[in-house]
Ligand binder design. Structure first.
Ligand SMILES: Cc1cc2nc3c(=O)[nH]c(=O)nc-3n(C[C@H](O)[C@H](O)[C@H](O)COP(=O)(O)O)c2cc1C
Length: 321
């Protein structure tokens, strides 16, 4: 058991300190339910649930509840580039989550001051994604209950620090620290707990599960890749995302062109550049959920430890507390 693992298990209601992180694509309701049912903790990605997998938000949560009576969480990405519809949707999804009895919010990209206030009133725990010590300390001040430390081995939008460096920087923080990134198998998990993490958040491992709705070719690519096949591109969100090196990814290069680079360097323009990239990225990456011929495959450096496509229950059997 890691430091503060008991608190983390109490905060989530899970029996194993393993979270299936929110994923676009990948977070279909059946996956979230399967992870929670097996003792881990599934987290809903609202855009995946609604626009990708086609569920009305409330009905999607009810579908998960019909598949498991174990708890699960919901992710809120605060950054919306000032887009009113995006923020209205987030507010609506939060209200519905509260009404449907969700007790855990995972927040990212922004300051969750308002969310923490609402959560405290409703007996909900809030964990926040952090990329470094500065943000981590700011989030502790903000009143969050735990920190998701996104390291440089993570799939999707990746961090810049190693799990070890994070732990060194944050060792005096009293709330649970979750190791997010590069956990491909139970050995990586054990190492993270030994380092002092309270739990782990996995994405890539659960993409290669029976219950996840991404294409067979995506799952096979994860199983057949090694750490050296993972490259970084800033074309999805403006900062680095980890992806498998494929022809589709390499076409046009891994980095944004001069105009977007210029915008990304200017604080006032950055959000427009990121909105542009993210809306384009969503289109390409959503195809990987259903179209076997599209090879935009986000995955972390833990791929080398993932050897087969298994059910969530079989995967989690090996993650002992
Ligand atoms: C395909 C994919 C999509 C992701 N989408 C999101 C997302 O929409 N929001 C988010 O907060 N994290 C997202 N993540 C990050 C995961 O929730 C998780 O933190 C990360 O995958 C952990 O690293 P790992 O893939 O090495 O296990 C994504 C990761 C992957 C692989």
């Amino acid at each position: 058991m890691g430091k503060n693992t008991k608190t983390f298990l109490k905060d989530t209601g899970a029996s194993i300190p393993v979270v299936c992180g929110p994923m676009y694509p990948g977070s279909n309701p059946e996956l979230i339910a399967a992870v929670s049912e097996a003792g881990g903790f599934g987290v809903v990605q609202p855009l995946s649930l609604t626009s990708l997998y086609g569920h009305d938000f409330r009905e999607g949560l009810r579908l998960i509840k019909s598949l498991t009576d174990k708890p699960f969480g919901v992710n809120f990405t605060i950054f919306g580039g000032g887009n009113k519809k995006y923020h209205d949707n987030n507010k609506k999804w939060m209200d519905i989550s509260i009404e449907e009895g969700v007790k855990f919010f995972l927040t990212s990209l922004g300051k969750p001051t308002e969310i923490v206030k609402i959560a405290k009133k409703n007996d909900i725990k809030v964990y926040h994604d952090v990329p470094n010590k500065k943000v981590a300390l700011a989030m502790v001040d903000c009143g969050v209950d735990g920190l998701n430390c996104i390291n440089w081995r993570a799939g999707g939008q990746t961090g810049i620090y190693s799990a070890e460096k994070f732990m060194e920087d944050l060792k005096d923080i009293k709330i649970p620290l979750i190791c997010a990134g590069g956990i491909g198998n139970e050995n990586d998990y054990k190492k993270a707990l030994e380092m002092g993490y309270s739990g782990v958040q996995l994405g890539t491992r659960f993409l290669a599960s029976k219950e996840c709705i991404v294409t067979k070719s995506y799952k096979n690519a994860i199983v057949n890749s090694e750490e050296k096949d993972i490259v970084w591109t800033n074309k999805i969100a403006g900062n680095n995302s980890s992806v498998i090196k494929t022809k589709d990814i390499m076409r046009g290069g891994l980095r944004t062109g001069p105009i977007i680079n210029f915008m990304l360097r200017r604080p006032k323009l950055k959000k427009y550049a990121r909105m542009y990239l993210m809306s384009k990225g969503l289109k390409s990456y959503s195809k990987t959920a259903f179209d076997d011929s599209v090879q935009f495959w986000q995955a972390g450096k833990g791929v080398g430890g993932i050897k087969s496509i298994e059910s969530c229950a079989d995967i989690l059997k090996n993650y002992k507390i």
